[in-house]
Design a protein. Structure first.
Length: 218
């Protein structure tokens, strides 16, 4: 890691997406052997004449931001995926999405951009579910197996939570029913005694009722 890639406290410096695009365009343009004139001429050939030498210079030097439309034109001219212009090429600097959210490494940034890996701040189930939906649910796609596994794992976690909630509700209901049944039989026994039965006779009546209820449940 070079010194320009080191931020405060020795941590990698943060870089915004617009700065990543500017650096990537300049780097890849030179790697392709394209001068600024050739690059802008190619943009014009593809229907983007507004990308002049002056505009390109302002973008590459960071004096001007990049629109989404321009990002797609650059990707087309440079023969790369748009995500490869947005994601840092290495871990020297971390992509800053906001002042509070930074992607920890270049691979994670790229995987997030192409629908293969949610960020910790994302809702994994929604993210991967939509990624799978966009892939058509085709298991032959590269992202689908990862997405399916993650969606399945998220679904299993939700199912386990729901099962635990149902078990807890069942336990509470059973406890309530036991309490109510006990009170019912106590009241029944008291009524039998009031009606003239001896305590022993009342207990036998309760036993008969319990047996009848048990047979009915069976």
């Amino acid at each position: 890691m070079t010194s320009e890639g080191i931020g405060q406290n020795g941590h990698p410096a943060r870089i915004r997406a617009s700065a990543v695009v500017a650096a990537q365009v300049k780097s890849l343009r030179k790697r392709r052997g394209m001068s600024a004139t050739v690059f802008t001429s190619r943009c014009a050939e593809l229907g983007a004449p507004a990308m002049t030498l002056n505009v390109l210079a302002n973008i590459e030097t960071g004096r001007r931001g990049v629109s989404v439309d321009e990002l797609l034109v650059f990707a087309l001219v440079l023969d790369v995926a748009p995500a490869h212009l947005l994601a840092p090429p290495d871990d020297a600097r971390h992509l800053a999405i906001t002042d509070d959210v930074t992607v920890p490494d270049a691979r994670t940034a790229e995987q997030w951009m192409v629908g293969r890996q949610p960020l910790p701040q994302s809702h994994a189930g929604r993210y991967l579910g939509y990624a799978l939906e966009r892939s058509g649910g085709d298991s032959s796609s590269e992202a689908a197996p990862e997405s399916k596994a993650a969606v399945h794992a998220a679904a299993m976690r939700r199912a386990r939570r729901r099962t635990a909630e149902i078990d807890a509700d069942t336990d509470r209901l059973a406890a309530t029913m036991r309490t109510q049944a006990s009170a019912f039989f106590d009241n029944l026994q008291q009524m039998a005694v009031i009606g003239g039965a001896t305590p022993e006779h009342a207990r036998k009546i309760i036993e008969v009722v319990k047996e009848e209820l048990g047979e009915a449940d069976a």
